[in-house]
Design a protein around this ligand. Structure first.
Ligand code: RP5
Length: 156
């Protein structure tokens, strides 16, 4: 008598997954400092209200460059579809993330205690990307709009 298990068909596997709720994050919200959290919280709140799964991480392009590169390189493989990146001052984070991932990146220029010209420093850093490496840029401190744009990209 054979104890071999019956072969599992692809259809059976698909049926098994039908009932599973997939709750891995679709949007990654990253920011350059803990001090950015109050401003970036508006993005998380908007995604929560829309029922869009997301994750929030603090990582600085200048202070933690390896962490940022690793996060961005693995993002697509982990199932993320859009990345929202907020930063102030020289605001390299959105651009560095975009350099390491094919996913759409939405940059949020932030004001901070050392900002000049009301956040114009971060706005220009994020918007003025070189050809071939785009970052979508919302208004200064407009994290909520970044979440609305992410929802539109996801068609959610
Ligand atoms: C940027 O420098 C951060 O995104 C933040 O907006 C600003 C100030 O950072 P902290 O000195 O408060 O950590 O990199």
């Amino acid at each position: 008598m054979s104890h071999e298990a019956a072969p599992v068909t692809e259809e059976a596997v698909e049926t098994q997954f039908d009932g599973l709720e997939v709750d891995s994050p679709l949007v990654g919200i990253v920011m350059g400092s803990k001090s950015d959290m109050p401003a970036m919280d508006a993005a998380a709140k908007e995604l929560t209200q829309r029922g869009i799964h997301h994750e929030v991480r603090v990582m600085s392009a200048h202070r933690d460059p390896d962490t940022v590169a690793g996060y961005a390189r693995n993002a697509k493989l982990r199932g993320l579809r859009v990345i929202i990146a907020g930063a102030g001052l020289s605001a390299a984070l959105p651009g560095v993330v975009a350099a390491h991932t094919p996913l759409p990146v939405i940059g949020v220029p932030l004001t901070s205690s050392k900002s000049i010209a009301g956040g114009l420093d971060a706005l220009l850093s994020i918007a003025q990307m070189p050809p071939g490496v785009p970052v979508a840029c919302v208004g200064v401190d407009s994290a909520r709009n970044a979440a609305v744009l992410a929802a539109r990209i996801l068609d959610a």
